[in-house]
Design a protein around this ligand. Structure first.
Ligand SMILES: C[S@@+](CC[C@H](N)C(=O)[O-])C[C@H]1O[C@@H](n2cnc3c(N)ncnc32)[C@H](O)[C@@H]1O
Length: 243
């Protein structure tokens, strides 16, 4: 049976409750620091999408403040992760280099940057420019050059293709950047083992927790926003433990 611990809090604050060297895998999707950029471009997204992340209020830090917040997150991550542990951080392509530098400063070993390709993105302004259909994820290990990698002999590409989050995964409410379970499930299956401790400090609607419970991983999830936190708690509680 999975052990699940959830905190409705700022992640750096809540991570102080997690013992040193106790987490096997950190999988997280922090704010990309794109909110102000998107609003300044006046893309009309808030009129086109009922829950546009730029106006949701959780990705509006100035760049320097965002760097400081991410530095605090990596500092705590380095403290709680085990030597040989793995970390995946979803990030906007234009912030990948900054993110790698911050993680390396705290002892993480950079392995690669992968792509998530959405097969059915919203075809917004499709006759004016390329439709945005990708996000990046950055893969690190901690203080070692390799970590858990359950490929069962298969060649695994750093390119993952899925549909966007289906409505069947949004029964408890909508989060503007909710990741599909299929994407997160692939990463959890390959990069952790049953009974491992998985941490998502920016859990949003709780996708990582849902997947961990389905795959028998222990899970620690942290979310600042109360509405998203409750959504995540309900989603995770609704999964019947199979063991
Ligand atoms: C990109 S979303 C994560 C979405 C998630 N992957 C999902 O599938 O639903 C980032 C989340 O981090 C939360 N957040 C922002 N700053 C935070 C902080 N300091 N501590 C904890 N959570 C935070 C936001 O409220 C938002 O829900």
């Amino acid at each position: 049976m999975s052990r699940i611990s959830l905190y409705n809090s700022d992640c750096v604050k809540a991570m102080h409750n997690i013992p040193d060297d106790s987490v096997d895998f950190i999988l997280t999707d922090p704010p990309y620091n794109l909110g102000n950029f998107m609003i300044s471009r006046d893309t009309n997204l808030n009129k086109m999408r009922e829950n546009f992340f730029g106006t949701a209020g959780w990705d509006n830090l100035e760049y320097d403040e965002w760097v400081k917040a991410m530095d605090g997150f990596f500092e705590q991550s380095a403290r709680v992760i085990k030597k040989g542990g793995t970390m995946i951080v979803f990030m906007a392509a234009i912030k990948v280099e900054t993110t790698i530098q911050l993680a390396e400063k705290h002892g993480f070993y950079y392995k690669t940057t992968g792509i998530w390709h959405k097969t059915n993105p919203m075809p917004r302004n499709m006759n004016l420019h390329f439709v945005n259909s990708t996000e990046t994820w950055i893969y690190f290990t901690y203080k070692t050059r390799t970590g858990t990698f359950n490929n069962d002999g298969a060649v695994l590409h750093d390119f993952i293709e899925t549909s966007v989050t289906p409505s069947s995964e949004r029964k408890f409410g909508k989060h503007p950047t909710q990741k599909p379970e299929m994407l997160i499930s692939h990463l959890v299956s390959v990069l952790s083992r049953e009974d491992d401790v998985v941490l998502d400090p920016f859990m949003g609607s709780g996708t990582t927790g849902v997947v961990c419970k389905k795959l028998n991983r222990n899970f620690i999830g942290i979310e600042l926003d109360e509405e998203y936190f409750n959504m995540a708690r309900m989603r995770i509680e609704a999964i019947v433990d199979e063991t």
